[in-house]
Design a protein around this ligand. Structure first.
Ligand SMILES: Cc1ncc(C[n+]2csc(CCOP(=O)(O)OP(=O)(O)O)c2C)c(N)n1
Ligand code: SF4
Ligand SMILES: [Mg+2]
Length: 343
């Protein structure tokens, strides 16, 4: 893939974080996406979140499929591990990598075509297995890279650029993620960075399957009147149920705090009745608001005590990649005893 490198020079007065890195250290090549594409705003939010969390870029493994959204791996965290997989098949590669090395921080980047159309089966299984990761779908309702065909998240009745109206029911990835057992589920909007950055930071710190559906308008093929994924439409129909700041460490626990393992989220509820720990109520609320034409955003479901794939499989604490031959291959006698247990 061709790309334009960014100059390595920093402005001497650029702010640095606790690791001594500036925001530039979390960036990578110059984006070649269309000017104004929502996906670039998500890359910028990822850079900001990693900078604010003092994450060492080489501790992150970023994986994606195929699409304009998946291409964005080139534009942030240049020093991270990275893999552009096959269209819709990234979850299998990420599951394998996570099993082999549980010590890295996993970031999955995908598109609505990648995850809800061709990759729906792969998406379902990585979520239901509880892989510890942050999975972001950059959702524009179309296959941007192949010039704007409706994807499986396109709303029924939404009009395409050429005037065609989508007749199919949409796949709502947020409801699906809650149903399949994701322990952190959120929806954001690339046009609302103030909401998105804390969502990404909290997802990184969550110890289970964290999913963020991020509405991300395609300015080339799905930003016209009649589209339900345009900047104007999303701004006009976005209803945030909450907003929060992240509080690390252990401050006095107050009423408005929500705990996610060792992380405290200082919540500001906007929808008084919304209980983000109640899975069934969350699903009912999402469905009711969707039927009313509202795009619900914010942190929508949180299990504060998540169990991940490694807990389910009872794997050893040490990453498998750190083990030597003796531990990985205990010998013929141990294998015979193991097989014997199944006779
Ligand atoms: C197996 C396979 N089928 C089809 C394609 C063609 N293709 C490339 S990207 C894409 C859709 C991308 O859509 P989405 O995931 O929504 O990403 P966007 O470009 O909208 O960000 C398709 C169908 C492919 N690369 N591989
Ligand atoms: S085609 Fe659409 S999704 Fe792709 S870069 Fe352009 S605006 Fe973004
Ligand atoms: Mg898309």
């Amino acid at each position: 893939m061709t790309y334009l490198p960014k100059p390595k020079l920093h402005h001497p007065a650029a702010a640095v974080n606790a690791l001594g890195y500036s925001r530039r250290d979390y960036e990578s090549a110059v984006s070649t996406l269309c000017a104004g594409c929502g996906h670039d705003a998500i890359s910028a939010a990822i850079v900001q979140a990693c900078f604010e969390l003092d994450l060492a870029p080489h501790r992150v493994a970023k994986l994606s499929g195929i699409g304009c959204s998946s291409k964005t791996l080139q534009y942030f965290l240049g020093a991270a591990h990275g893999l552009n997989g096959l269209h819709g098949r990234m979850p299998s590669a990420l599951t394998g990598a996570n099993l082999a090395n549980r010590d890295l921080i996993y970031l999955a980047i995908s598109g609505d075509g990648d995850s809800a159309s061709i990759g729906l089966g792969h998406f379902a299984h990585i979520i239901r297995r509880g892989v510890n990761m942050t999975y972001i779908v950059e959702n524009n309702g179309v296959y941007g890279l192949t010039r704007g065909q409706f994807s499986a998240t396109a709303d029924k009745g939404s009009a395409g650029k050429g005037g065609a109206v989508n007749a199919d029911e949409p796949v709502d990835l947020v409801s699906l993620a809650v149903l399949l057992g994701a322990t952190f589920v959120a929806r954001g909007f690339s046009g609302d960075r103030e909401q998105l950055v804390p969502l990404i930071k909290a997802a990184f710190l969550h110890g289970g399957s964290a999913f963020i559906d991020c509405l991300s308008p395609c300015v080339a093929f799905n930003n016209q009147a009649g589209s339900t994924k345009s900047f104007e439409y999303v701004r006009g129909h976005d209803e945030a149920v909450n907003a929060f700041d992240l509080v690390l460490g252990n401050p006095e626990t107050a009423e408005e705090f929500v705990r996610d393992e060792d992380v405290l989220l200082r919540m500001r509820k906007r929808e008084a009745e919304y209980d983000l720990h109640d899975r069934v109520a969350a699903m009912a609320y999402l469905e009711t608001r969707r039927a009313a034409g509202t795009i619900v955003t914010g942190l929508l479901y949180l299990d504060p005590e998540p169990r991940d794939l490694h807990a389910h499989l009872e794997t050893v604490d040490e990453p498998l990649t750190h083990l030597g031959d003796a531990e990985l291959c205990p010998g013929g006698a141990a294998l015979a005893a193991f097989n014997g247990a199944y006779r």
